[in-house]
Write a new protein. Sequence first.
Length: 95
Amino acid sequence: MTDSATQPVMDEAAASEFLWNECGVKIARATLRKLRCVGGGPPFFKGFGGRVFYEREPSKAWAAKQRGPLVNSTSELRHCVANAALRSKRPISDD
């Protein structure tokens, strides 16, 4: 029997578990299904019979992009958001 951590590809259930356990991104299988339709989720491919699979490294890269910057306080986070808004020329919302 092969350890699932050594498999090069993951099915939907394994991808959801991997994203939470290895990447700290908790995402339900249903959300993965929705993101496959609307876009914005981790890259995937369809294999034999239309089954959906995810690869580990692209999934890990996608998860890293979902996180914000590492900060030591909320005031630092506000500064990061302000700098990002200046770069994109969007107003900052205080909501």
